[in-house]
Design a protein around this ligand. Structure first.
Ligand SMILES: [Zn+2]
Length: 442
């Protein structure tokens, strides 16, 4: 397939309508309609299949440079594409160095331009050490700044206490970029651990119960207060509960600029399943009890979630082994199957697919000001999309494209599978190379 081909996908279902033809010319969607005529270089019959806009995964950790033995851009982007993704935003940790300077942005950009199969954007880090570098990182085109309100687990990526966050938000506001926060309050977690002392190594159950929702809520409240005070544009990543989402909605109603992300694993897993899965389901904030998960689906239906990102964050198997779950690295490998499983589960929760698909495609593209041609299937827009095909089976270890064949979703049943992903009109494979995306000026 050449870059200037004109081709057509026939009889494909777009969400909520009868089957249509979708034609592509070069990088863009040329026409959508019944029985499109013309001279096509190629025709793909997709009867019975569904075409969805490419996933814009605004939250992954590919850990390159420096920790490519944890994941890597080549393997990570291959998994993103297999999961319907055409764009990812890489987090400033856990690469070495972390992205805290302009030079680190450039280094990551160079590597991703060489290795990524799909388009990408880069988050800069907001830590006590990076405040003087935010402006230079903005000049390099970062999509925004990410801060940890709790211990990040890595000494080189410092925690943003209230004063650091306040100062960082003021600078980000002036630069016109959002601040994303990992919102958990260490003091609430410490208090819980003090009141629930463990004898011996911590089990998965101990871990799941060790970071109460109140730890999240406390940090979310502080972040919203600081955003209100500084006028910053706040994005709270991986919110796990409807209560947290309501805090964001209330603040927004009061004039604060704030959005909330959740991740597929907070919708797909609950405490009981996470306990069975074990360390592959360890993440922070942890997977929540069933009631909270049902509440999160309900909040989703009511429009309280702004974006869905995978928070794909793997580590070598050795860091997930041992007796004490507390000592293991936390992070779920999920960018390959999270979206596919949400497509499968949505009907069970009476969740309209149109709304769900928007949350991982157009909503993040719009929220982070990617070019308006990205995120939606429409004439003139970029030909970034993926096909879903009915093919019941279970997720197997053999199909995993990650650096390490670990996943919280092994053995999970699905009816629908993602079979093909196209980026700018080309089928994504080992030869496609992604471009660096920057936020458009408002
Ligand atoms: Zn993350």
């Amino acid at each position: 397939m050449k870059t200037n081909d004109i081709w057509v996908i026939r009889n494909v279902s777009l969400l909520g309508g009868p089957p249509v033809d979708v034609s592509v010319a070069g990088e863009s969607i040329h026409a959508i309609g019944d029985n499109l005529t013309g001279s096509f270089d190629r025709e793909i019959d997709s009867t019975g299949k569904i075409l969805l806009p490419g996933v814009v995964d605004s939250h992954v950790h590919f850990n390159e440079p420096g920790r490519s033995d944890w994941e890597g851009i080549a393997t990570g982007s291959a998994a993103v594409a297999a999961g319907g993704g055409t764009v990812f935003f890489d987090m400033p940790l856990n690469s070495t160095p972390p992205v805290l300077t302009a030079e680190a942005v450039r280094a990551k950009r160079r590597l991703a331009e060489q290795k990524s199969r799909v388009d990408f954007a880069i988050w800069g880090g907001l830590t006590p050490d990076s405040l003087d570098h935010l402006e230079a990182m903005a000049a390099e085109g970062v999509i925004g700044f990410k801060a940890f309100m709790s211990d990040s687990g890595l000494a080189e990526f410092g925690k943003a206490e209230a004063e650091t966050l306040r100062r960082g938000m003021k600078i980000a506001e002036r630069l016109g970029l959002p601040v994303a926060v990992h919102a958990e309050d260490d003091s609430v977690i410490a208090e819980h651990l003090l009141n629930h002392p463990r004898k011996g190594p911590g089990s998965m159950r101990d871990w799941l119960e060790s970071r109460p929702i109140e730890a999240e809520l406390s940090a979310i409240r502080l972040a919203l207060d600081l955003a209100g005070e500084t006028g910053a544009d706040l994005h709270i990543v991986h919110v796990t509960s409807a209560t947290g989402l309501r805090l964001v909605a209330e603040a927004r109603a009061g004039g604060v600029t704030a959005t909330a992300e959740t991740c597929p694993h907070y919708l797909l897993l609950d405490q009981a399943t996470a306990e069975k899965i074990g360390p592959d389901a360890k993440c922070a904030p942890p997977i929540r009890p069933r009631k909270t998960v049902d509440g999160l689906w309900d909040a989703l239906r009511h429009g309280l979630i702004d974006t869905i990102g995978s928070d794909h964050s793997p580590a070598p198997p050795g860091m997930k082994a041992g007796k004490d779950v507390f000592a293991m690295w936390g992070g779920i490998s999920g960018c390959q199957h999270g979206i596919e499983l949400l497509c499968n589960e949505a009907p069970l929760f009476k969740q309209p697919m149109e709304q769900l698909s928007d949350l991982w495609s157009e909503a993040p593209a719009r929220r982070f000001r990617l070019h308006q041609s990205i995120g939606k299937i429409r004439v003139g827009g970029r030909a970034d999309f993926f096909l879903l095909k009915k093919q019941p089976n279970v997720i197997s270890r053999e199909e995993l494209l990650y650096q390490h064949a670990q996943s919280a979703y092994l053995g999970r049943q699905r009816d629908w599978r993602i079979t093909n992903t196209w980026l700018r009109g080309l089928p994504v494979d080992s030869t496609t190379r992604g471009k660096f995306l920057t936020p458009q000026t408002p």
